[in-house]
Design a protein around this ligand. Structure first.
Ligand code: RP5
Length: 175
């Protein structure tokens, strides 16, 4: 699935990462940002990974979001091959719950950074990519400000309900 003139590349090591990575795709769509989505495995398709990373900026991609689980070499290897900023998403794993993915992605050597989000938090990866684009796109910057206002408003709405119901009834309604 690829939109016209994508600015954000969203890649993942396996289709099994898609249930996690869909949150990055969705938030980019919410902001009207065109994305390019691809399965690129560091281990199963290493040559494809090299080509993707080396060519992305030539196609107009500005930020790459890379999700992977387990050994999770994809974000770091892509970062080593592209001048673009790379955001890594550690995907949760069955045996080690994604701690393995997190440690693998976050522990980059000096000189080749990967901005790593929390385990499974592809939405934040999407938001960070949007904010990187927004730093030089005033309209997008305003959208980010608006988004933050909706977050703040949702907290105030909850406070109002909490004040009205009291905590016990509030909890009962959430169950
Ligand atoms: C990694 O191995 C992928 O990113 C995925 O998280 C994990 C398991 O892949 P599958 O065996 O489900 O294809 O490379």
């Amino acid at each position: 699935m690829t939109n016209n003139n994508p600015q954000i590349g969203i890649i993942m090591g396996s289709d099994s990462d898609l249930p996690t990575m869909k949150d990055a795709i969705a938030i980019c769509a919410e902001f009207g940002i065109a994305t390019e989505i691809a399965i690129v495995s560091a281990h199963r398709t290493p040559q494809r990974m090299v080509e993707y990373a080396q060519q992305a900026h030539h196609r107009g991609i500005k930020v790459i979001i890379a999700g992977a689980g387990g050994a999770a070499h994809l974000p770091g290897m892509v970062a080593s091959l592209t001048p673009l900023p790379v955001i890594g998403v550690p995907v949760a794993t069955r045996n080690l719950q994604g701690v393995d993915s997190l440690y693998s992605i976050v522990q980059m050597p000096a000189g080749i950074p990967v901005a790593t989000v929390a385990i499974g938090n592809a939405k934040n990866a999407g938001l960070l990519a949007i904010q990187i684009l927004a730093s030089h796109q005033p309209n997008l910057l305003q959208q980010v400000q608006n988004y933050r206002q909706t977050l703040a408003q949702s907290v105030m709405d909850k406070q109002e309900v909490l004040d009205t119901l009291g905590y016990e009834e509030y909890l009962a309604q959430k169950l």
